[in-house]
Design a protein around this ligand. Sequence first.
Ligand code: FAD
Ligand code: GLY
Length: 380
Amino acid sequence: VRSKLYDTIILGGGVIGCSIAFNLAKKGQRILLLEKGRVASQASSAAAGMLGVQTEMEENGPLFELARKSRAMFPEIVAELREITGIDSSLIRKGMLKLALQEEQIDECQSILEWQHSKGEKAVWLEKEELLQKEPCLSEKILAALYFPNEGHVSAPDLSNAFAKAASYFGTKIREYTEVRSLIKDSGAVTGVTTNGGDFYGDAIVVATGAWSGGLLSEDINQSTVYPVKGEALSVKAEIPLLTRTLFSKGCYIVPKKGGEMIIGATSRAHTFDQKVTVEGISYLMERAKELMPVLAGAEISSMWAGTRPMTNDGLPFLGQHPELQHLFVATGHYRNGILLSPITGKIVADLIADAVHPEIDLTPFSPTRHRNGQEVMLR
Ligand code: FAD
Ligand code: GLY
């Protein structure tokens, strides 16, 4: 008889895998987390850290509901992680501005304002003069903006590392440089994984391998369901603070971090795992950023990077238990919002696994097998 060393094995040490590990370990489970490289070295460290529920979601729906529940968890989770690990994830809640640069964007913003008000969210329309009063370094060419005072951001690498460290504090064993090669199946159940460092067995297996999940899951949730979307970004620093609120526009955002640092993001290119930082990508972002804030021409470039977002065919993550393969759980496909969604994802998946509790949130729209039966889904 094979002895089961772990209650749950989590595949992938990004913000999603680490949040699940933290939540499960805190409940007393014996957790093994397997990461092919270093913890928090992929998308979770490339992210700008925006908690953009109202800014990122263009329509009302299950993702908006999930995201706003997750955003509400940040003050408490950031304080708890700081208490346990000493890592401060730098939660800043000074709001975000969705900018209208063309007439048709004014109409778009107005309809967003209406449905978000109907959901009880705060959203304020700012004419150009009011906008420039709030943010004097913005370009005169910006016509107006929607202001979301409750949005904010964190340091994505710090949050991811804090989840990992807190998971370790509660006993999680983290094995870096351990690549999972396949799932071990036995009579309709997943019982373990094969890796470059041997086989491991657990009562539950969670796939949280981000953009790389397609390879491990292609047989089990249908073809081509998770795919990579490359994003390039850079950070710049000015001698004096130039911006208080995050700017969000089509194709470019600017996130003011502590110490006068600003993250400018991000490009978007689907179906590539390439992580080169290119002249084309960075010059595009710099041009767009200067259109929003001409004063950035004099800012100093601090660093540039690229990361790989995990996208699904309909833009919704896969969350929950596999309906046919026992003991297999999936938490991936968080695309542009994995940092934002990490607290709620960790909680939902941990409740499902440890307590078999059906979360208060309906997970049907996030079912890992929803793309089956040849259903055509719209790419958002
Ligand atoms: P990852 O962080 O990629 O982690 C997956 C891990 O699995 C990796 O460490 C990988 O090495 C490991 N792995 C893969 N295959 C295997 C294997 N076979 N065995 C073992 N380990 C394996 N989100 C926001 O909420 N706000 C933002 O502002 C934001 N900005 C972004 C900006 C950019 C430029 C990019 C690229 C992304 C941004 N995102 C943002 C999205 C966010 O980064 C992702 O949604 C999130 O990090 C996904 O987390 P993850 O844990 O699923 O993936
Ligand atoms: N959420 C910002 C990005 O993915 O670029």
